[in-house]
Write a protein of this length. Structure first.
Length: 409
């Protein structure tokens, strides 16, 4: 009884605190992610008041948070959208990978973390935060801008690449042999391909099987199916997150829209728990030794993301102003960098502290980069003697991004 009482008090205090800092973050126009991480640091090992009774709950809640993040990501896209993006945006996706994964891999090797650390840190510096970016685009009223579909295309490529990267990371972290690892990766790739084909050809049947007029039934079916598939995927070392992502892709149309509306508050709750748990498992004192590498990575990868946006928008025929805006919008990193760090935290003691410091910096820097890259870039171009004409906008982009941005507000 005593343990249960302490558990309820700790959970109530933490969840109430998350709500208050989330409200504060919204009022000052920031993402709440850095506040969640700081809260976890304050109440974890080496923090102000360590939490003990609720530690198991946060660990399980963190797992559910990752699963729901990937499920909602899959629900945002139909299989046809992913295939179209793969056909048209793969050059931008390749440039994005080379420019932004390379600094992380090189930094890990310089720090002596070996190949496993290189694979993990490469992913951390590569993946942008779609949640933070959607909110920033909404706040800056850029949803109708001509460069916004380009930004969305890069994010879609990154999200699709996660279905390959996460199984690869899981295999590397597990330390299995080359033959076993190759089999695991082949199974993951084959599963992704099969799900895409089924979703393209029989998406309506899958959605109809899941659909229900009763909101409670739909919620239970989608959530239960996601957890079941995620567990089976984890059992076969494919990654629970990828399993959840594939469930989201397989569901489309009105069913996906209804599921997003119901699952968004649940996702936000457990995603907050995930960030808190990651902070809880990081010792604040361990951040100081890796603060300088985190700062260097933040500067370098901000520039490489800007180059990515400049290149991708240029391929789409966007003006220099729009290319600058696209580059600045892609700077923010967040939820998936922490997901990757959480999967690989056990391989290198300094990985979690570095990832925490890096994400804190990038979440704070992202909105400023999105706002100021264009005016600063224009001054640099003017100083170089290049005149940049004014650029217009085009009609609003796809409803999916607008809905995601509205949810993030």
């Amino acid at each position: 009884m005593h343990d249960t009482t302490i558990l309820l008090i700790e959970l109530g205090a933490v969840i109430l605190g998350l709500g208050l800092v989330g409200r504060f973050a919204g009022r000052i126009g920031m993402s709440p992610i850095p506040f969640y991480l700081l809260g976890g640091l304050a109440f974890g090992n080496g923090g102000i008041i360590p939490l003990s009774a609720s530690e198991d709950f946060f660990e399980i809640g963190a797992e559910i948070g990752v699963i729901l993040l990937l499920l909602m990501l899959g629900l945002e896209y139909s299989a046809s959208e992913l295939v179209t993006s793969l056909k048209t945006q793969y050059p931008s996706g390749l440039v994005d990978f080379l420019l932004n994964a390379t600094p992380g891999a090189v930094a890990a090797l310089v720090l002596g973390w070996g190949p496993v650390g290189a694979v993990a840190l490469a992913g951390i510096t590569w993946i942008s935060s779609s949640g933070v970016i959607a909110k920033v685009l909404t706040d800056l009223r850029r949803l109708g801008n001509r460069e916004t579909p380009v930004v969305l295309g890069v994010l879609v490529m990154e999200d699709l690449a996660m279905a390959v990267y996460l199984p690869l990371l899981t295999t590397v972290v597990a330390g299995v042999g080359l033959a076993s690892g190759s089999i695991t990766l082949a199974v993951a790739l084959g599963t992704v391909g099969v799900v895409l084909v089924l979703a393209l050809r029989h998406g309506r049947l899958i959605s109809r099987a899941v659909s229900s007029d009763n909101a409670e039934t739909l919620l239970l079916v989608v959530l239960g199916l996601t957890l079941l598939v995620a567990g089976i995927a984890e059992r076969f070392q494919v990654s629970a997150a990828v399993g959840a992502f594939l469930v989201g892709i397989a569901i489309s149309g009105e069913v996906a829209h209804s599921a997003r509306a119901m699952l968004t508050p649940l996702r936000d709750l457990f995603a907050a728990v995930f960030f808190v748990f990651f902070g809880l498992s990081t010792v604040p004192a361990d951040i100081l030794p890796v603060l300088v590498p985190a700062l260097v990575l933040a500067v370098v990868t901000s520039l490489t993301k800007m180059l990515t946006g400049w290149y991708a928008a240029g391929r789409a025929g966007v003006s220099p102003r729009g290319r600058l805006r696209a580059g600045g919008a892609l700077v923010a990193r967040g939820e998936f960098s922490i997901v990757i760090a959480g999967l690989a935290a056990g391989t290198e003691p300094q990985l979690a502290p570095l990832a925490t410091a890096y994400v804190l910096l990038m979440v704070l820097l992202g909105p400023f980069a999105a706002r100021w890259t264009e005016p600063v870039g224009l001054r640099v171009l003017a100083w170089a003697g290049k005149e940049v004409p004014a650029s217009g906008n085009r009609p609003p982009v796809t409803p999916g991004l607008q809905e995601e941005a509205a949810q993030q507000r």
